[in-house]
Ligand binder design. Structure first.
Ligand code: SAM
Length: 269
C-alpha cells in the first residue's frame, strides 16, 4: 500500500504548504471557499516541520487567495464551454475539481510520480477525472489530452512555473501553443522583488525560484496573448482585515515592484 509518509523533497515538498493553506481556509468562518475534500485528507498527511519557517498567516492568505482566483478562472471557463477539458500542471493535491470542476467534461491532474502516487492514495480516478504521472516539461503528457474544441481547453499551472528556468518556461509555452492553439493558459508568476528571505528559504529546502518576471510584458514576449492579469498583493489587500500587517499596504501595492511581486495571468495560447 502506498504510504502518506512518502518523503517529499525539492519542489514536490512545497505542495504541503499550499495544501495546508486550503485546509485552514476551509476551517475559517469567513473563508473564501469551502474545501471539505482536502480537510478530510489532511489528517492523514504528514506535515514537514522544516516548512514551519515559511508558513505564516500572510503566506496562508496569499495561497488561499491564489487558489480562489484560479477557481474563478475555472468557473468562468466552465460557464462558457460545456465540453471543457481542464489540465492542472503541478496539481499537487489540488481539490479544485471537487470545489468547482465537477461539471467539467474531462479533468486531468498532472504531477511528478511521487505526488501522483500520494494522490492515488486519497483520490479515485475515473474517466472524467484522470491522474497523469509525468513532468510538465516532457511534452508527451500532451497526448493524454482528449480531442476537443481548441478554445475549450484550460491549462492551469498554479505555483509551478517559477520553479523552472526561463528557457524551460519558454519551451513549455512553445509546445503548448503548437499543440493547443487557442486554448487558455492560467498561471502565476513572481517578480524580482521576491528574491528575498522567502526565496532563500525555498532554496535551502531544495526548491529555488528560478523564473522571475518584470511584469506581464515578459510573458507577452513569450508569445502569449493576455486575457486578464491580477496582482496577488492587490487581491490580498481586499482581505487585509484578516491580517493587520496589510493595513498600510494598499497604497504600496500600486508600486510596480510590489504590484508585480506575484501575478495571476490568464492568457490565450
Ligand atoms: C507549490 S506546489 C503547487 C501545487 C498545487 N498547484 C497547489 O497550488 O496546491 C508545486 C507542485 O509542482 C509539482 N512539480 C514540480 N516540478 C514539476 C514538473 N516538472 N512537472 C510537474 N509537476 C511538477 C510539485 O510536485 C508540486 O506538487
Amino acid at each position: 500500500m502506498p504510504s502518506t509518509n512518502l518523503p517529499l523533497s525539492g519542489v514536490p515538498r512545497t505542495m504541503l504548504m499550499t495544501t495546508r493553506a486550503r485546509v485552514e481556509e476551509h476551517q475559517r468562518d469567513d473563508g473564501l471557499f469551502r474545501d471539505p475534500t482536502i480537510a478530510e485528507w489532511w489528517p492523514t498527511l504528514q506535515w514537514d516541520e522544516a516548512l514551519d519557517s515559511m508558513y505564516n498567516p500572510i503566506a496562508q492568505l496569499t495561497w488561499a487567495v491564489r487558489a480562489y482566483l484560479f477557481d474563478q478562472i475555472v468557473q468562468r471557463h466552465l460557464g462558457t464551454y460545456t465540453d471543457a477539458t481542464v489540465v492542472e500542471l503541478g496539481a499537487g493535491l489540488s481539490t479544485r475539481y471537487y470545489r468547482v470542476g465537477q461539471s467539467c467534461h474531462r479533468w486531468i491532474e498532472l504531477d511528478l510520480p511521487e505526488v501522483t502516487e500520494l494522490r492515488r492514495y486519497f483520490d479515485h480516478e475515473s474517466d472524467r477525472h484522470r491522474f497523469v504521472s509525468a513532468s510538465a516539461l516532457d511534452p508527451s503528457w500532451m497526448d493524454t489530452v482528449p480531442d476537443g474544441l481548441p478554445a475549450s481547453r484550460l491549462i492551469i499551472a498554479e505555483g509551478l512555473l517559477m520553479y523552472f528556468e526561463k528557457a524551460q518556461v519558454q519551451a513549455l509555452i512553445a509546445h503548448l501553443k503548437q499543440r493547443f492553439p487557442g486554448a487558455t493558459l492560467a498561471f502565476d508568476a513572481v517578480g524580482g522583488v521576491t528574491h528575498g528571505q522567502g526565496s532563500k528559504q525555498l532554496a535551502r529546502l531544495g526548491a529555488p525560484l528560478k523564473w522571475f518576471v518584470k511584469n506581464e510584458a515578459d510573458v507577452v514576449a513569450m508569445g502569449l496573448r493576455l486575457m486578464e492579469v491580477r496582482s496577488l498583493l492587490q487581491e490580498n489587500c481586499r482581505y487585509r482585515d484578516r491580517i493587520g500587517i496589510f493595513r498600510w499596504v494598499p497604497w504600496f501595492s500600486q508600486l510596480p515592484p510590489l504590484r508585480n511581486a506575484g501575478l495571476v495571468i490568464e492568457a490565450r495560447l
